[in-house]
Design a binder for this molecule. Structure first.
Ligand SMILES: [Zn+2]
Length: 285
């Protein structure tokens, strides 16, 4: 996981707000290049990756988060996968004939979290119209599904299909929040609905954005953890996935007698599964 990216958490000393700030430039760049994602699709995937990282950080440790965006008109979907270790990966699934996953009103964002015992918790929200649609979809999701009022922004800055900056923040209202601090924060965050300018700054860091967001407020900086692009696929997972196929499909794969070459769709790593391994699956079933 080679990356200069990190997520930083803080809490205001009056107990009003919890703030999570992330730099995801390297992570998003690596995810986009592994997926050859460009243009609008790349920007949306970048936002979804950052949003999934921030969402995961709002929860208890050990939970894995997957954000899925189902594009309009069956154009395809985007997936962002954020592991508690900070490992992050993403996926573009284009339908045949489409070149971009189109996002707009009617597109659906689904957030899933996997508990350590394998149970899945999930919810959906419709993506709103206009600029920053992924940010606003996630904000609405937090409100409706998690019942936590949150203000947030995500940004992915692309220059000729290269990610020059990516990141975001999330401000959560805590039960202690008073009317005064809430008004101050709501007013202030109007200037941070789009954070592209902050992200493009040469001195951008989670620390710097945190200071700007909480300027003049007393706060305590909590833990900072790294995030980066890294897939957690391995041969066992690939073989386990094949094992779920119907028996005749496995027999069909075996019929050529050749080594089966399968690439991980997230990181494109190639796995070579020898026929004996597949035969073993058939014998087990
Ligand atoms: Zn992989």
């Amino acid at each position: 996981m080679q990356s200069n990216d990190s997520v930083l958490r803080a809490i205001t000393d009056d107990g009003a707000f919890r703030v999570i700030v992330a730099r995801t430039t390297d992570t998003v760049q690596s995810v986009l290049s592994a997926q050859s994602a460009q243009g609008e699709t790349g920007r949306h995937l970048g936002d979804l990756v950052t949003g999934s990282v921030l969402f995961r950080e709002t929860m208890a440790p050990n939970l894995r988060v997957q954000g899925i965006l189902k594009g309009l008109g069956g154009s395809g979907s985007l997936v962002a996968d954020s592991h508690p270790s900070g490992k992050t990966r993403g996926l573009v699934q284009l339908s045949s004939g489409s070149t971009q996953v189109s996002v707009g009103p009617g597109a659906i964002m689904q957030m899933m979290r996997t508990l350590p015992d394998g149970k899945i918790n999930q919810g959906f929200v419709e993506v709103p119209a206009g600029e920053g649609s992924i940010s606003r979809a996630l904000m609405e999701y937090m409100q409706t599904s998690e019942q936590v009022v949150s203000m947030l922004a995500l940004g992915t800055v692309l220059e000729q299909d290269r990610v020059t900056a990516a990141g975001g923040y999330l401000v959560q209202l805590l039960p202690e929040v008073g009317r005064g601090p809430l008004m101050v924060m709501t007013e202030r965050l109007k200037d941070f609905e789009n954070i592209d300018a902050q992200l493009k700054d040469a001195n951008f860091s989670p620390e710097a954005l945190l200071e700007e967001l909480l300027y003049g407020m007393a706060y305590t900086r909590l833990e900072e953890s790294s995030v980066g692009f890294e897939c957690w696929c391995n041969e066992l997972r690939v073989v386990s996935a094949i094992a779920t196929l119907p028996k005749q499909d496995i027999e069909h794969l075996l019929s050529s007698g050749e080594v089966l070459e399968i690439a991980c769709e997230y990181c494109k790593r190639e796995f070579r599964i020898p026929p004996a391994r597949l035969q073993g699956l058939l014998n087990q079933s």
